[in-house]
Design a protein around this ligand. Structure first.
Ligand code: DLL
Length: 434
């Protein structure tokens, strides 16, 4: 089996990688200062000249970029390639305000594909694999991104996109899929629909690998899915502004490798913008070093994670980020305590009586915030005896309160009664902002 897609780059000694990053950064900064009015003005405002960037660490002198910058310059005012150099657009709708548009030159698509080819190879896929891509195809980057990466490594792609779940399962069986790429929530749904159809994914299919991301999910959920479906589940990360899905865990499942020749990663304190200490949690900020159409310098992604700089046991030298806990703006503040929905998931999935689905409802009652968690029970634990249900409810409340340090009310609901999702799940209803 091929272990590396591009061994020369993936095993590059760290010092060499850092030198390469500095060289790419310097070239990028000069290019943008000279040719992009947006970046030129930004750097002037910050009183920075490209000559001031004398080391890789000098990146900290450059101003940050935010999603707002893309929205304010809708649709393409920050692009640094002309329309006739672009070969594709993707558009992300976002929940508020104007959408963001991302343009790609041929070389941008090539680098995106290379990034995923390395990633998919690193988690053990290659020629002979059949990969069902069940991320949405279209303006969303998930479907087409995975599609090109999977074809590049010589795997056979089933471009299933989302929806029509029974048919997805038939395809999975008939075309002997060995891997599926979709959101973790959609895989949960696929697994349940398969059970209803009398299909046992672990026994009746060749599925062995899940490439799951585009939304936060927890380590406990990974364990459950691996046991239930007989697969190894890998985390995949990216955002549309940086191209789309770009980086995954390798076969060691010890964090997501971020290819250093494509991205220079910083973890900063979201409140101060200063770097956090090594290994500490903070906001992911990336500079995409080789993008032609829409370069991003110190882009504040808003996702919370930590970075590991040590060599991975797989032999790759590139830094890893740990599982994304959530977005800064998804963090709920309940009675002054910070709560990420992924912490709720992690706590719930450690309780065997609890099923795989939940929903968080936050309300303000008087001056205080109340958090209600609706929880489906595992089929085996569901009982029609009220006393049993009350006992389980109390136990789940207790466990959640201990894990989150905040008062939580739990409502037990019937298995199958909460919403299921084909794309990104929406597991929080915050009535305070409605
Ligand atoms: O979700 C790109 C993607 C497609 C990634 C397919 C992975 C697989 P956006 O729609 O722009 O792009 O959303 C990006 O989704 O900032 C995170 O908040 C979240 N996200 C993406 N991957 C993960 C992950 C795609 N593995 C936003 N874990 C990001 C947690 C994730 N959150």
């Amino acid at each position: 089996m091929v272990r590396y897609w591009n061994p020369q780059v993936e095993e590059m000694p760290k010092e060499e990688l850092h030198r390469l990053q500095y060289k790419l950064l310097k070239t990028l900064v000069y290019r943008l200062y000279s040719f992009s009015p947006f970046y030129h003005d930004r750097m002037k405002e910050a009183k920075i000249h490209p000559d001031d960037i004398r080391s890789r660490e000098d990146i900290a002198k450059l101003p940050f970029m935010y999603k707002k910058d893309l929205r304010d310059n809708y649709p393409d005012h920050i692009f640094t390639a002309s329309q006739d150099e672009l070969v594709r657009y993707h558009v992300s709708s976002g929940t508020t305000g104007k959408p963001t548009v991302v343009g790609y030159t041929q070389r941008d698509l090539e680098n995106w594909t290379e990034s995923l080819a390395r990633a998919l190879t690193s988690l053990g896929l290659g020629r002979g694999d059949v990969i069902q891509v069940s991320y949405g195809y279209g303006l969303f980057t998930g479907g087409l991104g995975l599609h090109y990466g999977a074809e590049r490594i010589g795997a056979t792609v089933i471009p299933a996109s989302i929806g029509n779940t029974e048919r997805q399962i038939e395809l999975l069986i008939d075309l002997k899929a060995t891997a599926i790429a979709c959101t973790p929530s959609y895989l949960l749904h696929i697994g349940e629909v398969a059970e209803k159809m009398g299909v046992n994914i672990a026994k009746d299919t060749r599925l062995r690998t899940g490439i799951l991301g585009a939304e936060p999910w927890s380590e406990k959920m990974r364990n459950r899915m691996q046991d239930w479906l007989g697969i190894r589940a890998f985390d995949i990360y990216g955002t549309s502004e940086l191209s789309g899905p770009l980086f995954t865990e390798c076969s060691e499942q010890k964090g997501i490798h971020v290819w250093g020749d494509f991205a220079l990663t910083e973890i900063i304190d979201p409140a101060t913008g200063e770097p956090v200490s090594p290994g500490e949690r903070g906001e992911l900020t990336m500079t995409i070093l080789q993008k032609e159409a829409l370069p991003m310098i110190r882009y504040r992604i808003g996702d919370i994670t930590t970075m590991e700089e040590d060599m991975c046991t797989c032999g790759r030298s590139h830094p890893r980020i740990t599982r994304i806990q959530g977005r800064v703006d998804d963090m709920l503040i309940i009675r002054g305590i910070n709560v990420f929905p992924s912490q709720v998931e992690h706590a719930l999935m450690s309780i065997p009586e609890v099923g795989r689905h939940f929903m968080i409802v936050v309300e303000r009652k008087g001056a205080l915030d109340d958090m209600l968690v609706r929880v489906e029970l595992a089929k085996e634990s569901f009982s029609d005896k009220i006393k049993d249900i009350i006992n389980i409810r109390k136990m789940v409340e207790h466990r959640l309160q201990n894990a989150l340090n905040v008062k939580v009310e739990v409502e037990i609901v019937e298995p199958g009664s909460l919403p299921r999702f084909e794309g990104k799940a929406k597991r929080v209803i915050d009535k305070r902002v409605m």
